[in-house]
Write a protein that binds this ligand. Structure first.
Ligand SMILES: [Zn+2]
Length: 119
């Protein structure tokens, strides 16, 4: 099981580590995985245009805008992989089943807390 979500994994001496509640320290083997942010494209549409609707654009510019958008004029290097198309990932398969469950619970709680902070 490969994950690119390092929310609760920390780096120690170049190793990706995670410690369980019973203080078992795991060092995950690292590998490269297709970047989930840009799906391996290496570029993403500039966030400034994300969710922008055509009604916000002067109708006389709308055609140019759509044309440019399609041809990638507004694309920027992906923030997650910096254009490499792959990101560092961790192999979670070394976790015991119990610890994998604990890991997933911890990750869920981390995401939930982050979501609460955002609101
Ligand atoms: Zn990327």
């Amino acid at each position: 099981m490969i994950t690119t979500d390092t929310s609760i994994i920390w780096e120690k001496d170049g190793q990706s580590c995670w410690e369980t509640k019973d203080e078992t320290l795991y060092e995950f083997p690292q590998c490269w995985a297709v970047c989930p942010n840009c799906n391996g494209e290496g570029t993403t549409v500039n966030a400034a245009f994300d969710g922008m609707s055509l009604s916000e654009i002067d109708p006389s510019d709308a055609d140019d805008f759509v044309e440019n958008l399609r041809s990638g004029v507004y694309d920027v290097a992906c923030a997650a992989c910096e254009g490499r198309t792959t990101v560092k990932a961790c192999d979670l398969s070394i976790l015991s089943p119990d610890h994998l469950e604990e890991y997933e619970t911890a990750l869920f709680e981390c995401r939930r807390d982050a979501a609460i902070r955002e609101h």
